[in-house]
Design a protein around this ligand. Structure first.
Ligand SMILES: Cc1cc2nc3c(=O)[nH]c(=O)nc-3n(C[C@H](O)[C@H](O)[C@H](O)COP(=O)(O)O)c2cc1C
Length: 166
């Protein structure tokens, strides 16, 4: 059984990446929870902490939003270097230069709530199965349906995820 590591409610994981997701800055809490030595993550792609339980569609939607210079909130299960995992509620946004081009991306993450994990874990299991059996397009439809079912009024997708977290 993989061991879950729980972030303290006051901890915030921060990282900054280049336009391809390669890490250019990570704060000490990031190293600590992911089980790396200080400095070890610089130059690595963020997928170094990718957990196999994560559906591909979640990262596709993340990158689609960032490429459109939009911010994105998502719930992510990450893996630790020596095994184990931790869940986060992530908010990722592009940092924009004065000329409108994207300088880099910044992610801030806090512990995913128990409520969020109880809702998202079965959903991701289902999405992963759909991806394996039928491909990512159907998983995309399933995720959209999930968002729509949980949407109140005019909420954006990010607001729906926020409401699942809190
Ligand atoms: C700022 C930023 C933060 C990211 N944080 C994570 C993360 O915490 N966990 C993760 O698995 N992927 C994260 N990603 C996405 C990864 O770059 C990558 O797309 C994802 O892990 C899927 O990897 P793969 O396409 O090699 O399968 C982040 C990307 C950016 C730009």
């Amino acid at each position: 059984m993989e061991k879950e590591r729980i972030l303290s409610p006051v901890d915030i994981i921060v990282s900054q990446s280049d336009l391809d997701g390669f890490i250019i800055y990570a704060n000490p809490i990031f190293y600590k929870i992911a089980g790396y030595n200080y400095g070890e993550l610089i130059g690595e792609n963020h997928n170094i902490i990718r957990h196999n339980d994560m559906p591909r569609i979640i990262f596709k939607l993340l990158w689609d939003a960032l490429k459109q210079k939009k911010e994105v909130s998502c719930l992510v299960k990450n893996r630790c270097k020596e095994g184990g995992f931790y869940w986060v509620f992530a908010y990722i946004r592009p940092s924009i230069n004065q000329d409108g081009t994207v300088r880099n991306y910044i992610s801030t993450r806090r512990a995913a709530s128990k409520k969020a994990k109880s809702i998202i874990e079965p959903l991701y299991k289902q999405l992963l199965e759909t991806e394996k059996e039928y491909g990512m397009e159907l998983a995309n439809e399933q995720f959209k349906q999930f968002i729509d079912i949980n949407r109140y009024g005019e909420q954006s997708d990010n607001e729906v995820i926020y409401n699942i977290q809190y």
